[in-house]
Design a protein around this ligand. Structure first.
Ligand SMILES: [Zn+2]
Length: 680
């Protein structure tokens, strides 16, 4: 039955494309067995769109191109469900489930096993879809079960919902019921995007699905990763349906619906219980959230005999899994210091049973997270614990905020070592600046100090460092040089021979280089090559320790962040004490000869590099100029003395000319560098 039969002037390719696209949708969603790649699918859609642009009169409402409505609604209209959408009774234990089975048998006056269709209860939004002659004509929310909202525009955008039924044999009027949900991966990606844009996060996938369906502009709904899983039928007219519930699900699949792939038929209530346990074990690995298993008497004839009680069927029950979200109270926030110095706020909660365990702590990640949640001490909060994931606070119940709720104060000093806590711009994490002295960071600091590229103390490995710190034998860097043969030999898997080897390695490590020593201190962001640049530029440890941030930034490859960390390191008395202790223990190196800054030939001159340099990289050119005492600035100003302009120089060159500055090319720069003894 082609809708185009009256318009034979349209190319037949249009209808062929639609059929092909619908077929691939069916393979993808109903059968979970796609035959083409996403790219090929997109090409079919693209071709159909082109043809429909050429022949606009050929567009039909069920064309796969017509999923997204053009104009937003001003409000949702109300839909009265032809047959009410009922709720289900719940079971919370095996006893509840056995009692349900007993009631079914009693009512049917049988003692034989009852067969049950077992389905996963997806955690989403229940909807009703109405098809007339195979065409989707209405989509509605469950609402209160009697009245729902018309969300036709929005359900049309969900690709797993057929606009036109596939196959044959469907009733003339068919109401399909199911759950619209957001798979976990799509939910995480959506929140990831919101986080990057500093927008409000969705609390959980169900919340995100509900929010997405409640959009008046269907283009927003279309952009959300929603799916629908069909689980039953409602109003049916002009046709017959299979005799069992499992048969109906199979029919729905042939008509193009996504049905849950875990669905099974249990011969009796004991098999049903086993199914519940089997799914419970893999609940966290599923691609979507579920909150229980629904058991339905499989025979429709028996369903009819059982009937309904108030608003729930007597023939079905939902056996719930332990809740993954609960509310509790935030009692306090404490701050923990990690081994890299990160200061993390930890929520102390009134203990609550959630996700199968009792939770009394949850991480709050960082200051941004606290601001995003708008959380205060004393608040009622919603905790989510899905699977083995660390419990999260996902929402604050602001209506329950007590009048004496307190703001969360981030500490200015490390709770472990009392060093200042710092937050670097663009980094959400606050860190203890204690470095060498912070007990929380001690093990990592010592491991790094002893490592091969640092002081190279062979044999003083990670395991041994941990033991020595745990036993209190080492608490700061210099302590390793005070270790005795007896102390080392008493360690696990050590003998006198290995103890001697380590003592020799310790002794040998005392003679080092300035670059290695700077690197060994583990100053944040100071890697091997930066440490070498510092050594070559300053020549002595004293000069480095005395440099201010401006001076530090004159070193090749050193920007404001590194300069800040280095300056901060030396500001702290405790770090200076640690260095002095190391020197007292015998650590030494040779200073490097550097010309006194006043004697440098380009002292007092500021250069700006712009355009492409061919013989030198920008970094090398900068390093040479710095070595000769010049400053290298990023932008042109009246303080600039020379602009080195290569091909393609743009606004900086224009500005230099405007200010009447001296402009030289790369050839002149190379000459200059050679004149002052640089090898270029
Ligand atoms: Zn600290």
């Amino acid at each position: 039955m082609s809708t185009l039969s009256l318009f034979d002037n349209f190319p037949p390719e249009i209808e062929q494309l639609r059929q092909e696209i619908n077929h691939h949708n069916y393979r993808y969603y109903a059968l979970d067995d796609p035959q083409i790649t996403d790219a090929d699918y997109d090409r079919l859609m693209q071709r159909l769109r082109e043809l429909e642009t050429q022949y606009p009169a050929a567009i039909t409402p069920d064309s796969p191109t017509q999923r997204v409505g053009a104009t937003p609604l001003s409000a949702f209209t109300t839909v009265v469900h032809e047959l009410p959408m009922l709720s289900l009774d719940n079971a919370f234990s095996d006893e509840d489930l056995l009692a349900f089975n007993q009631r079914v048998q009693d009512r049917l006056k049988i003692t034989d096993d009852v067969e049950y269709a077992c389905e996963l209860k997806l955690d989403g939004i229940a909807v009703s879809l109405l098809y007339r002659d195979g065409l989707l004509v209405r989509g509605a929310t469950r609402g209160d079960g009697t009245n729902g909202e018309d969300i036709t525009q929005n359900v049309r955008t969900i690709k797993s919902i057929p606009l036109r039924l596939a196959g044959t044999g469907y009733p003339a009027v068919l109401e399909v019921r199911g759950e619209i949900y957001m798979p976990k991966a799509g939910f995480n990606a959506l929140n990831e995007k919101a986080r990057a844009a500093d927008e409000k996060l969705f609390v959980n996938p169900r919340n995100a699905a509900a929010g997405s369906l409640r959009q008046l502009d269907s283009r927003i709904t279309a952009s959300r990763p929603l799916e629908m899983c069909a689980y039953s039928v409602g109003w049916v007219d002009g046709g017959t349906l299979p005799e069992t519930h499992s048969g109906i699900l199979a029919a729905l699949k042939t008509w193009g619906f996504l049905t849950n792939r875990e669905t099974q038929v249990a011969k009796n209530i004991h098999e049903a219980m086993a199914f519940y346990r089997q799914i419970g074990e893999k609940r966290n690995e599923l691609a979507y959230d579920i909150d229980g298993i629904v058991f339905k008497v499989n025979s429709r004839q028996l369903q009819e005999s059982l009937g309904f009680i108030s608003r729930a069927p007597r023939w079905a029950i939902a056996y719930k899994f332990p809740a993954q979200e609960e509310s509790t109270i935030l009692l306090d926030v404490e701050f923990q210091v990690g081994r890299t110095g990160a200061v993390t706020p930890v929520a102390r909660l009134q203990p609550v049973f959630v996700g199968g365990v009792t939770v009394s702590n949850a991480t709050l990640h960082n200051r941004d997270e606290i601001n995003r949640l708008g959380i205060k001490i004393g608040d009622t909060v919603i905790i989510r614990r899905a699977g083995d994931v660390i419990p999260q606070i996902v929402q604050v119940v602001e209506t329950k905020r007590p009048t004496d709720a307190r703001a969360i104060a981030f500490p200015e000093h490390c709770p472990v070592c009392n060093s200042p806590v710092e937050t670097v711009a663009d980094e959400a994490v606050a860190r203890c600046s204690g470095g060498l002295v912070c007990a929380a960071q001690r093990k990592e600091a010592i491991k790094h100090f002893a490592s091969r590229k640092a002081m190279n103390v062979e044999g003083l490995g990670d395991k041994l460092v941990e033991q020595l710190v745990d036993l209190g034998l080492v608490s700061n860097l210099a302590d390793i040089y005070a270790l005795t043969r007896e102390q080392l030999a008493a360690m696990e898997r050590m003998g006198e021979k290995s103890a001697d080897n380590i003592l020799t390695a310790l002794e040998n490590s005392k003679k080092t280089s300035l670059a290695k020593f700077i690197y060994a201190l583990g100053i944040r962001e100071v890697g091997e090559s930066t440490a070498r640049n510092f050594a070559n530029y300053f020549g002595s440890f004293e000069a480095l320790a005395a440099a201010d941030q401006d001076a530090l930034q004159q070193v090749p490859d050193v920007g404001p962040v590194v300069a800040h960390f280095v300056a901060e390191f030396f500001v702290q008395e405790s770090n200076r004490v640690a260095v002095a202790a190391l020197r007292n223990a015998g650590v030494h190196w040779d200073n490097i000869e550097v010309a006194a800054p006043e004697a440098l030939p380009l002292k007092g001159l500021t250069y700006v590099l712009t355009g492409t340099l061919e013989a030198l990289s920008r970094d090398d050119a900068k390093a040479h100029l710095l070595a000769l005492g010049a400053k290298v600035a990023g932008s042109v100003s009246a303080k600039t003395d020379y602009v080195v302009a290569g091909p393609g120089a743009g606004s900086k060159l224009a500005k230099a000319e405007e200010l009447g500055l001296k402009v030289i090319d790369e050839a002149r720069l190379l000459e200059l560098l050679r004149e002052h003894g640089r090898q270029v």
